[in-house]
Ligand binder design. Structure first.
Ligand SMILES: Cc1cc2nc3c(=O)[nH]c(=O)nc-3n(C[C@H](O)[C@H](O)[C@H](O)COP(=O)(O)OP(=O)(O)OC[C@H]3O[C@@H](n4cnc5c(N)ncnc54)[C@H](O)[C@@H]3O)c2cc1C
Length: 386
């Protein structure tokens, strides 16, 4: 199924779920074990039109808004067609470009993003600048011909081995002082190298330390103004939080379903363990909390799309949704793992491989403590602690 001009959420969900036919659990486990890339799945996602979501029609998309991407990712994860992490990067990039790309960038880059021809990576984090990204040290300097030279080190960069372009956040001297600026670097690039990190993420994506040594970027590859990274990133952060929440709600609902299926049949004492209320309640609690997160997510995403909330105000909705979704997904997975007993750890059980991904959601893309800080300071008017 290919979406042509419809962002009707049921059509989006059908297109997204159908990926499970070819890119479901067997594919996920195969790529997990073989370390093989996921470009074939990426092409299938693009073929269904799912990368055209969030992009205005004049740029070859099927309409602005983040709600359809939220629905697509939730449906993919629920169906077990778990996309590479760069799916979230691509939603983020489309939102950033639509809001801040120059006309030249949008006419050149958006069609490539939509067609799946070009895959993006995003490089912000550094060893000493994770949660506090404003501490990052990677530097861009202007050269005499107007181009920029980037030097520095990034860490945890997802999928740069498969990417064709990486968006880099670097510090640049401006008339207002040192300011963060965004650059698009086409890959491969002279002076840019990367090393795979040894990580137990149980996902088909790999993550890298990336080294920049005088990597040259033309002036036309700067996104937003000099020093304007904050503005560009803010327009993409709320969409990123909603799609991160969507992945967790999809995965959490999947865990509840897998748990309930097992509890209906496993009968160590003769009756199915699903007839014991202790087991029922653990799944019922997770279901209720996921439903609450889901309602909050669609309510917030739709308000965001309707322009009813500014980025600033909608930050509360996006942050709280991300929090509730990740906490509920962890609760759901834990309940489903527990009722499986030893079987939870068999590779054939569709749960344990999800654990690192679901657990990581409490830290990435923003840790839940920062969300609690936000709520405390902005909504409860409590003093800032540092
Ligand atoms: C699998 C994976 C993929 C990633 N992909 C990318 C990518 O593609 N591009 C990219 O740029 N980055 C990426 N990251 C990096 C990610 O964004 C960072 O890990 C994240 O921002 C947290 O930074 P940190 O790891 O340095 O944690 P730190 O900043 O060291 O924080 C550690 C912990 O301290 C606590 N903490 C920190 N600050 C506060 C506070 N103010 N109040 C209360 N508690 C606090 C939290 O519990 C937090 O989890 C990825 C990370 C992972 C694990």
């Amino acid at each position: 199924m290919h979406l042509t001009d419809s962002t009707d959420l049921d059509s989006v969900r059908d297109a997204a779920s159908s990926l499970a036919d070819d890119f479901g659990r067997a594919y996920y486990l195969d790529r997990l074990r073989s370390g093989g890339g996921t470009r074939d799945m990426w092409s299938a996602i693009a073929d269904r039109g799912l990368l055209a979501l969030g992009v205005p029609v004049e740029h070859g998309g099927i309409g602005e808004g983040i709600t359809p991407s939220v629905a697509a990712l939730e449906a993919m994860c629920y169906a077990g067609a778990i996309p590479p992490d760069v799916f979230i990067v691509s939603v983020f990039m489309r939102a950033a470009l639509v809001a801040h790309g120059s006309p030249e960038q949008n006419s050149a880059w958006l069609p490539e993003l939509i067609s799946g021809k070009i895959q993006y990576a995003f490089a912000m984090t550094e060893r000493e600048a994770g949660t506090n990204s404003f501490a990052l040290k990677t530097r861009a300097v202007r050269d005499s011909d107007g181009s920029y030279l980037i030097t520095g080190e990034k860490i945890f960069i997802t999928g740069i081995d498969e990417a064709d372009r990486v968006i880099v956040v670097a510090r640049l001297a401006t008339t207002q002082g040192d300011r963060l600026t965004l650059f698009a670097v086409d890959l491969p690039a002279d002076g840019l190298t990367f090393d795979r990190l040894a990580m137990t993420t149980h996902g088909p994506d790999s993550h890298f330390a990336v080294h920049f040594q005088d990597v040259r970027v033309p002036a036309g590859a700067r996104i937003g103004s000099e020093g304007g990274a904050k503005e560009v990133l803010f327009s993409a952060l709320n969409p990123e939080r909603y799609v991160a929440a969507a992945a967790h709600i999809g995965l959490g609902r999947r865990a509840v379903r897998v748990g309930a299926d097992y509890a209906r049949t496993r009968s160590p004492f003769g009756a199915p363990i699903g007839s014991y209320q202790a087991i029922q309640h653990s799944l019922a609690r997770a279901h209720i909390n996921l439903e609450a997160a889901r309602l909050m997510m669609y309510h917030g995403a739709e308000k965001y799309d309707a322009g009813e909330a500014t980025d600033q105000v909608n930050g509360a909705g996006a942050n709280m949704t991300k929090y509730l979704a990740t906490v509920s997904a962890n609760e759901a997975l834990d309940a489903a793992l527990q009722l499986h007993g030893g079987a939870a750890f068999l590779d054939d059980t569709d749960l344990v491989a999800l654990w690192p991904r679901i657990r990581m959601g409490r830290m990435v893309p923003i840790n839940n403590e920062m969300v609690l800080n936000y709520v405390s300071e902005r909504l409860l008017d409590l003093p800032k602690s540092y």
